[in-house]
Design a binder for this molecule. Structure first.
Ligand code: NAP
Ligand code: 8YV
Length: 326
């Protein structure tokens, strides 16, 4: 059998089917769905020049691949890949910004509306026949009218959410580590101050050390008993046990969550709460958007092996000068 001249790409763990097919059209692909590197022979490990991954890539796996040059992360949030460790080894990392921004913003707004207006319970009321048996669904405690939404993480997606919410007539404020000079929304210098001045606190900041459990009991107290938390960023940003306590005890009113601390596990106490809307990390999960994400992973790898500039290297790779192979 002739030996292929295409670089060998290791697809590590579960991966989008269209994205996998696209990689297969361009490269030699070895899909390690089990995430068990023990399944690779030493010869295969020595041949892997790129990894494509959606989620967590342990440093030990990177370190076990001596010819690894680049990691393509399927997703904009690359907190599952240690990009600094990769840079120290001369390995570039790319992610998938922009192509999913509008989809995630749509889902975030839907989650706000569902949570504020209890649309999931109202839908169940209609579907179950309770409307006919028991009468109209009760009036909702909350409305978007006159509310302030505080966005933690006013970046690409945060801004797309803010622009959409403007058309709902709500007030917008935000907290980032740095104040933006290109928006007129009021800036709060701390997350607690943002929670204090918001009715709805919406997190869309990246995961990782700088945001780990940042939304804690104190921030939830500042949000207050009529406050609502929406999380489409990362589950790691919320102290989940503190959130469950706050929802059970009425420290805050409700939560709409697309992301969780230990996915796909959602604590039973959280699942039992009526004042929550729980989505299984679907903010970008349309086939159209996932195809764009998979193509961007493949485009970055193609560019790398052609000696061209990467389309979307992550900041750590840019800082290390890992923006092209040449
Ligand atoms: P982005 O453009 O890089 O925006 C991130 C924003 O967060 C920036 O404005 C940044 O501003 C701010 N930020 C970063 N660290 C912070 C910190 N420690 N405290 C406060 N603010 C901080 O990224 P994006 O494209 O909007 O994506 C944002 C995140 O959304 C992703 O990283 C991912 O975790 C999440 N996401 C989730 C889904 C989903 O399916 N639920 C889908 C896509 C993305 P400063 O640098 O000034 O702090
Ligand atoms: C994931 C996401 O990529 O882009 C992100 O940061 O959270 C999602 O779009 C998706 O769950 C596939 O891993």
């Amino acid at each position: 059998m002739p030996t292929s001249t295409q670089p060998l790409v290791l697809v590590y763990g579960p991966y989008n089917a269209d994205g996998l097919a696209e990689l297969g059209r361009r490269f030699d692909v070895r899909h390690l769905a089990s995430r068990d590197p023990g399944e690779l022979s030493e010869a295969e490990r020595g041949e892997v020049r790129a990894v494509a991954v959606a989620g967590h890539l342990p440093n030990a796996v990177m370190d076990a691949l001596p010819a690894l040059e680049i990691v393509g992360h399927f997703g904009v949030g690359y907190d599952g890949v240690d990009a600094r460790h990769a840079a120290e080894r001369g390995i570039a990392v790319t992610n998938t910004p922009d192509v999913l921004t509008e989809e995630v913003a749509d889902t975030a707004v839907a989650l706000v509306l569902m949570t504020v207006r209890e649309l999931h319970h109202a839908e169940a009321h209609a579907r179950s026949g309770e409307w006919e048996r028991k009468g109209a669904y009760p009036l909702t405690r909350f409305s978007l009218r006159g509310k302030t939404v505080g966005i933690m993480g006013l970046g690409r997606i945060g801004l797309a959410i803010a622009r959409r919410l403007e058309s709902f007539g709500v007030a917008i404020r935000y907290h980032n580590r740095s104040e933006r000079t290109d928006v007129a929304y009021p800036y709060d210098p701390s997350l607690e101050a943002l929670a204090q001045s918001s009715d709805i606190l919406l997190n869309v900041a990246p995961g990782g050390a700088s945001t780990d459990k940042a939304i804690d009991a104190g921030v939830l107290r500042a949000l207050g008993p009529d406050g609502i938390l929406i999380n489409v960023g990362r589950g790691s940003t919320v102290d989940e046990p503190a959130l469950i306590d706050a929802l059970e005890q009425g420290t805050i009113a409700a939560a709409g969550l697309d992301v969780f601390a230990d996915e796909p596990r959602i604590p039973e106490r959280l699942r039992n709460l009526r004042n929550t809307v729980l989505l299984p990390h679907v903010a970008s999960a349309s086939r159209d958007t996932r195809i764009l994400m998979g193509n961007l992973v493949a485009d970055n790898l193609s560019r790398w092996f052609a000696g061209e500039a990467l389309e979307t290297p992550v900041p750590e790779s840019q800082d290390a000068g890992l923006t092209s192979r040449a």
